[in-house]
Design a protein around this ligand. Structure first.
Ligand SMILES: Nc1ncnc2c1ncn2[C@@H]1O[C@H](COP(=O)(O)OP(=O)(O)OP(=O)(O)O)[C@@H](O)[C@H]1O
Length: 398
């Protein structure tokens, strides 16, 4: 099973430029997670910080009991071996054929014989659909093949955690779906923990088990996919719909005057962009038939059902609807029970007086409960620790 990654209060700046602060989340072992965020919000910096290529200012990033922010160089070197990283362009050596590119980490970091290396390289090329392409140079193959070769190389040291930086960059929508399918198939085969950084909405809506979003130097939310995909939070809705209307601006966040001026323009009929109203939770992509079951997805079901009562009603409804009748029976849930319970509470108790934690979800306006999510940037300062996941019970809880 892949490693769990526990991130607490991680903060990074370059000189006076704050990139993000107090990022707290847990990547559940063997599950596929994705991080969204407008350009320049520091998603790549986040990935680099997770493998110790960049040093955060403060906070913790704990993997197998080792905090990579404070550990020794020697420990960091050991922990890095747990990672496979797929960079945007595959980061292949242009002068080496695919075979040598994929063999490179084995020759650098292990004492394996060439016979053993050959077995592993051909296995990973096969896994990534690159059978017979081993003699090609990176410049002779398509962008999609380069990414698959980058993935093959990321797999040779049997990683427990796979980081993927913008897998769709330079790819058409169809090839992006194929590479997404490959991630799920690989995840099913090796049960590694995945974190994919992306702008791609199709991928975000259909691939990961968990979704998060960085905006205005903070983690807006992170949790089961259903939470973000049913969120009414303006920045989330704007991002998912790719519209100009909302808090995300051309190069940075908008101020209220600009939002008002643009709103007047849209009210007067100007097209805000986006084709349709993207909302709701589409079915999640599955491994290709014949590929083993994703154990991460199996574990996730139990995990999400445990934290279910803390999630917003829309997310709960969606999670329950995604279960088979047998699973609903097994977990003792019913599609409409959540909505009915919510309705009853609203009818019986005046707004503002509803106690939290009574088994019936409070109104969260599409967000995770306060103790599970970072505050919305620009909102009230968080109470100490409000954005921390509850121990063993957050998205990474077991
Ligand atoms: N080594 C560095 N030194 C100084 N600033 C850096 C460094 N690396 C990144 N930055 C800055 O950090 C900010 C976030 O960059 P990053 O590439 O992580 O954003 P991103 O969210 O991945 O963007 P995109 O989606 O466009 O790839 C940018 O302003 C960038 O200029």
């Amino acid at each position: 099973m892949g490693a769990e990654v526990v991130i607490e209060g991680l903060t990074k700046s370059f000189g006076k430029q704050a990139i993000w602060r107090d990022v707290t989340l847990t990547l559940p072992p063997g599950e596929v997670s994705a991080m969204l965020g407008p350009s320049g919000t520091g998603k790549s910096v986040f990935l680099k910080s997770m493998i110790g290529l960049l040093k955060p200012d403060r906070g913790r990033c704990v993997i197998n009991g080792v905090d990579i922010v404070t550990c020794s160089e020697h420990k960091l070197y050991e922990i890095r071996k747990l990672f496979g990283v797929l960079f945007q362009d595959g980061a292949l050596f242009g002068s080496m054929n695919l075979y040598d590119n994929v063999a490179f980490p084995l020759r650098e970091h292990t004492k394996k014989s060439e016979t053993e290396i050959r077995r592993i390289v051909l296995e990973k090329l096969d896994m990534t659909g690159l059978n017979g392409a081993d003699k090609k140079l990176p410049g002779e193959i398509s962008g999609g093949m380069r990414k698959r070769a980058g993935l093959a190389r990321a797999l040779v040291l049997d990683p427990e955690i796979i980081l993927v930086d913008e897998p769709d960059s330079g790819l058409d929508p169809v090839r992006t779906t194929y590479i997404s399918q490959l991630f799920l198939d690989v995840n099913a085969q090796i049960d590694a923990t995945f974190l994919i950084v992306t702008h791609n909405i199709n991928l975000a809506r259909t691939v990961p088990d968990n979704l998060g979003m960085l905006f205005r130097k903070e983690l807006v939310m992170f949790g089961p996919r259903e939470v973000l995909l049913t969120s009414e939070e303006p920045v989330v809705k704007q991002f998912l719909n790719g519209k100009m209307q909302g808090p995300i601006g051309m190069s940075e966040e908008k101020d209220s005057a600009q939002i008002a001026a643009e709103q007047a323009m849209f009210d007067a009929g100007h097209h805000a962009g986006g084709v349709e109203d993207v909302s709701g939770v589409p079915p999640q992509m599955q491994p290709t038939p014949g590929v083993p079951t994703r154990m991460g997805a199996v574990r996730r079901k139990d995990r999400v059902m445990e934290i279910m009562h803390r999630l917003p009603p829309a997310a709960q409804e969606s999670i329950i609807a995604s279960l088979s009748p047998e699973e609903q029976h097994h977990y003792g849930v019913h599609p409409r029970r959540v909505a009915q319970a919510q309705q009853q509470v609203q009818q019986q108790v005046p707004a503002g007086m509803r106690p939290p934690g009574d088994g019936v979800p409070n109104q969260h306006h599409g967000q995770l409960p306060a103790d599970q999510v970072a505050r919305i940037p620009g909102g009230q300062p968080p109470r100490s620790g409000t954005h921390r996941m509850p121990p063993n019970n957050g998205p990474g809880g077991r």
